[in-house]
Write a protein that binds this ligand. Structure first.
Ligand code: CAA
Length: 400
């Protein structure tokens, strides 16, 4: 049975996140965004609040909360700032939850525990300069050499590239299969920053998420111990897709936070601004914009919470997560567009946060699987071309 009521634990974690974000992120975010600067103190605050391993069991250094709690953290964080939520998403959604799902006990000991405790920060490297949606089009290779794999290639648009200690890197271990575009030639590796031959850099001039760190990873003959192969050789594509089931969930939940931020900013502005002898919120066309935001927020929340409910039960949630990601990011873009419109000319300047919300809303319909990829997936499910067959390893059910 589905229960829509949040538990006391859910309410506590949502309030904790809202407090942390209001105290430590909100006062700085406009300046950081303007200066296109990442704030290294952000991760310290999330670590202190014990959020960086929120849905990882205590046994592995986490807080042991459920996947709805993870969504609530994302929503509350993005209510204040998208860049912070992006950073949180890649660390836990795209990396830690993946090691929790696919890692062996040794890998969980060496990587998951320090990441859940916030002692180490992690990211995910699938995208390359010439391959985004077409994940099988990546060029990075991993050649086996005794007890090592030798990695060569470049990753691009990687969140936390210049910050992370650990990277999850996807590479071809079978180049014959690469030529045939057979995904079973791809493998996944845990790579540490200190490994010789690995270098990173940051990208600037982004439209949004300017207070986040986004960059590239270059690998030249990087020697990775065979013990750092995640899952089995050939499982890389499935691992990447299962990571995205978690990452997309955090993006969907975060987007509802952005919609709520747009609604609240719009309401606040309306109460102070008069036109035609009345405050703005008395005009029907302005009310319509609020109605559309409410529609996006409430329906979006139901979609990500359904995906979270499936994750709690330990069933594959690819379809519901993809739909939630598509809908919530679409609605966040529309909400930000309307929030700027409500502010009129003032919405066009960075005097009000809606200008930043507008720029930040765009990225989420591109990163972690474009809107178009989510649409294709939904159509393929309907047409019976795609089904959610459980892979060898599935995100464990929540046993709280
Ligand atoms: N979990 C486990 N296994 C999965 C899976 C999942 N979610 N999705 C697919 N698989 C399995 C399938 O069951 C199938 O297995 P078999 O071959 O044994 O039957 C296999 O993987 C192949 O699956 P599909 O046939 O469904 O794969 P596809 O080729 O149709 O996928 C696609 C196409 C949906 C477009 C996919 O390539 C995709 O999602 N692309 C987008 C990639 C993306 O989102 N990139 C952004 C990364 S973000 C980043 O790198 C930057 C950063 O900092 C965050």
């Amino acid at each position: 049975m589905i229960d829509f009521a949040l538990t006391d634990d859910h309410k506590t974690v949502a309030k904790l996140t809202a407090d942390v974000a209001a105290r430590h992120i909100k006062p700085k975010i406009a300046d950081l965004d303007r200066a296109q600067k990442y704030d290294p103190a952000l991760l310290d605050h999330l670590k202190e609040a014990d959020l960086l391993g929120i849905c990882i069991p205590e046994k592995y250094g986490g807080a042991g909360m459920d996947y709805i709690s993870l969504g609530l953290v994302c929503e509350e964080m993005e209510y204040i700032d998208t860049s912070a939520r992006v950073i949180f998403s890649v660390h836990i959604g795209l990396n830690s939850m993946c090691i929790y799902t696919w890692g062996n006990e040794d890998q969980k000991e060496r990587y998951l525990i320090p990441q859940s405790r916030g002692e180490k920060i992690a990211t995910f490297g699938l995208t390359e300069p010439a391959a985004g949606s077409d994940a099988v089009g990546i060029l990075t290779t991993a050649r086996k050499d005794g007890d090592l794999y030798i990695l060569n290639g470049e990753k691009m648009w990687i969140s936390l590239a210049d910050v992370a200690d650990n990277f999850l890197i996807f590479a071809w271990t079978d180049t014959d299969k690469q030529k045939k575009r057979d995904h079973s030639g791809l493998s996944a590796f845990i790579v540490e920053r200190g490994y010789a031959g690995l270098s990173t850099g940051s990208l600037h001039g982004k439209l949004g998420v300017r207070a986040g760190n986004t960059g590239y990873i270059a690998m030249q003959d990087v020697e990775v111990p065979a013990a750092n192969l995640l899952g089995k050789e050939g499982e890389g594509f499935k691992i990447a897709m299962s990571c995205l089931d978690n990452g997309r969930y955090t993006v969907a939940a975060g987007s509802t936070g952005l919609i709520r931020a747009c609604m609240d900013a719009g309401r606040e502005y309306c109460s102070t601004r008069k036109t035609f002898g009345e405050t703005l919120d008395r005009h029907q066309l302005i009310k319509e914009m609020f109605a559309e935001m409410i529609y996006g927020y409430d329906a979006g929340r139901l979609l990500w919470q359904k995906a979270g409910w499936e994750k709690n039960r330990g069933v594959r949630s690819t379809r519901s997560t993809s739909l939630a990601k598509w809908f919530c990011t679409d609605q966040a873009e529309k909400a930000a567009y309307n929030a700027v419109q409500i502010h009129g000319a003032y919405g066009f300047s960075d005097e009000y946060p809606v200008e930043r919300f507008f720029r930040n809303s765009k990225g989420a319909s591109i990163y972690e699987g474009t809107r178009e990829m989510q649409k294709l997936m939904q159509a393929d499910y309907f047409l019976g071309i795609r089904t959610d067959r459980p892979p060898r390893c599935l995100l464990p059910a929540w046993n709280g």
